[in-house]
Write a new protein. Structure first.
Lengths: 133, 158
């Protein structure tokens, strides 16, 4: 949902989406990959999801990876980085008081680590480039 | 019609139970609820655990008002369609989420027009009783702020 609000930023480029719910296809005309939904407590699902994301990144070889989280976004940042992409982690606008835990980890891997709240941006931490709303 | 949604990840029984009770007292009001992975016995409210994105979109469009947890997906969709959005935030102290980001989210969302936060589920019924006075806000853009879009576009094109 927050990611879709960024569409004008990459409208001139070839885009593929990764999400965890196939019914989201109605929102986009571009190709969409569906991966297993998993959070940090679901170890088996987490491993399957990481492998699915790795395979997609390996096949598509993106120049840029942009994600708003959470665990699948983390996987995409890591494999994107390994396969030479520039990566953007945009922490959800819902994280107003503190960064998400996935954001604190994934942000360090990302080329650009962003928060949507100016008061959370710090040196050697996330930067503030604007909001989705 | 009132569209109630709790998102797809977690149950939110304190909220769903309060909605169901209100429906029992107001059988003439049509309510449809997407209730997530709940074990609660829902007696009065038309509901499904999960619905497709397509069905959800239609319900957002058809609803007079959206009643939801403080999840950004539901809130942004409600605002996009200029619907009044009534929010009941999840609390970590009641194991409704991993942390209290929904309370923080509700606090800043409450400043936007068209958003109405119900901090305590006991106040949900009285708020819904005054349904006809609850107004939506101005239409929001379908996209992020120009500032964010420009910054991202610059980075992508470098």
């Amino acid at each position: 949902m927050q990611l879709l609000r960024l569409r004008p930023a990459f409208q001139d480029h070839q885009v593929e989406y990764v999400c965890t719910n196939e019914s989201n296809q109605i929102d986009v005309t571009a190709k969409m990959h569906v991966v297993t939904d998993a959070n940090i407590w679901q170890k088996v699902k987490l491993i399957i999801m990481f492998m699915e994301v790795a395979w997609i990144v390996l096949k598509f070889r993106p120049d840029i990876v942009i994600t708003t989280g959470a665990a699948p976004g983390y996987a995409a940042i890591i494999f994107g980085r390994l396969f030479g992409a520039k990566t953007v982690w945009l922490d959800s606008i819902a994280n107003h008081d503190e960064l998400s835990s996935s954001g604190r980890h994934a942000g360090r891997w990302a080329t650009v680590w962003l928060t949507q709240w100016e008061h959370l941006s710090v040196e050697n931490g996330p930067a503030y480039w604007g909001k989705v709303l | 019609m009132i569209f109630v949604t709790v998102g797809t990840q977690l149950a939110f029984d304190r909220f769903v139970g309060a909605m169901d009770e209100w429906c029992g007292a107001n059988p003439s009001v049509r309510v449809f609820a997407q209730v997530g992975p709940t074990k609660l016995a829902i007696r009065h409210m038309e509901h499904e655990q999960f619905i497709s994105q397509e069905r959800a979109n239609q319900l957002f469009l058809d609803a007079r008002i959206i009643v939801t947890h403080a999840g950004m997906g539901s809130v942004l969709t409600g605002l996009k369609y200029r619907k009044p959005v009534l929010i009941v935030p999840r609390k970590a102290s009641l194991n409704e989420h991993r942390n209290d980001h929904q309370l923080a989210t509700a606090k800043w969302l409450a400043k936007l027009s068209g958003i109405h936060v119900v901090w305590d589920e006991k106040d949900l019924a009285s708020t819904l009783d005054g349904l006809e006075h609850i107004q939506g806000g101005a239409q929001i853009s379908e996209f992020a702020t120009p500032e964010l879009l420009n910054n991202l576009n610059k980075f992508i094109s470098e």
